[in-house]
Design a binder for this molecule. Structure first.
Ligand SMILES: Nc1nc2c(ncn2[C@@H]2O[C@H](COP(=O)(O)OP(=O)(O)O)[C@@H](O)[C@H]2O)c(=O)[nH]1
Ligand SMILES: [Mg+2]
Length: 261
């Protein structure tokens, strides 16, 4: 059983990617389940096998008088109480792939102690990988890439990897919104972070250049895949990247036919 944790900044497209991956894996006759761990999502475009909103209700916490941030924090912390229910649901589904949708506000999920423990407990039931959804609107404006903003967005992903100590795939989403020339440049830069032109006269150049060089020296970013959840681009590439990591490149359908990988 493979757990695919979909993590990323608010609005990056986590829920959309879970939906499109669920459809894609089902279309390819693979056994897959989706789990919603966002207590504050209003509308889910896919049918979850487990939905945290049945146990933790963000809206009722708001009604109890907590402000939006307080209610988010409390609802995310409360999820840990239900970890056994989530695990039971995942084990009962016994799918080969479990897609896990996470809260809109990534910092609440990725950096709190409660959710760290939650993810670690879930990881005991299968092999885990993080799909880190990168939103190009954080660093591309009018088809121009801001190099420092790009590095800052990458460092956020690296920080998630360091926190969970799990393999992480960068999924650069929303490619439908950008010119091919921008995507091509991004591809080259992500392949070799040291090639990002930072401009040596910029403030903090030495720090930022050292950070990207250090990541390159440590083996580079790893898998980075360009996708569009909306236009359904690159989903097969994302699947292949997941396979390369969790199953060593073997397709489970032919190599590991067990229902409980
Ligand atoms: N153009 C475009 N919009 C997208 C794409 N993926 C998601 N969106 C939009 O981005 C917004 C946030 O998506 P959502 O999946 O809810 O993000 P989440 O907060 O990370 O779960 C929605 O309006 C989506 O329709 C994409 O590939 N291309
Ligand atoms: Mg979402």
């Amino acid at each position: 059983m493979y757990l695919i944790h979909v993590i990323g900044t608010a609005g990056s497209g986590k829920t959309s990617i879970v939906k499109v991956m669920l459809d894609w894996l089902e279309d390819h006759e693979m056994s897959v389940t989706a789990v919603n761990l966002d207590p504050a999502v209003e509308i889910l475009p896919y049918p979850p096998h487990f939905d945290i909103r049945e146990y933790v209700n963000y809206v009722s916490l708001l009604e109890e008088g907590l402000g939006p941030n307080g209610a988010f924090i409390k609802s995310v912390d409360l999820m840990l109480k239900y970890v056994d229910k989530i695990r039971d649901a995942i084990e009962e589904a016994a799918s080969n792939y479990v897609l896990i949708d996470t809260p809109g506000q990534m910092e609440l999920f990725a950096f709190r102690r409660s959710t760290f423990e939650l993810v670690n407990r879930l990881n005991e039931v299968g092999k885990s990988v993080i799909v880190y959804v990168l939103d190009p609107s954080l660093f591309v404006h009018e088809n121009k890439i801001d190099a420092f903003s790009l590095v800052s967005a990458i460092l956020l992903g690296v920080s998630v990897k360091v926190r969970f100590k799990l393999p992480l795939i960068f999924a650069i989403n929303k490619v439908d919104l950008f010119d091919d020339s921008v995507i091509n440049i991004l591809e080259q830069w992500l392949e070799n972070l040291s090639s990002i032109p930072l401009g040596s006269n910029e403030e903090y150049y030495t720090l930022v250049q050292s950070l990207v060089n250090a990541i390159e020296e440590a083996g580079g970013l790893g898998e980075s895949i360009f996708v569009s959840a909306l236009a359904e681009i690159g989903i097969d590439d994302l699947y292949a990247a997941i396979q390369r990591i969790v199953a060593g490149g073997e397709d489970y359908a032919t190599e590991e036919p067990s229902a409980r990988l």
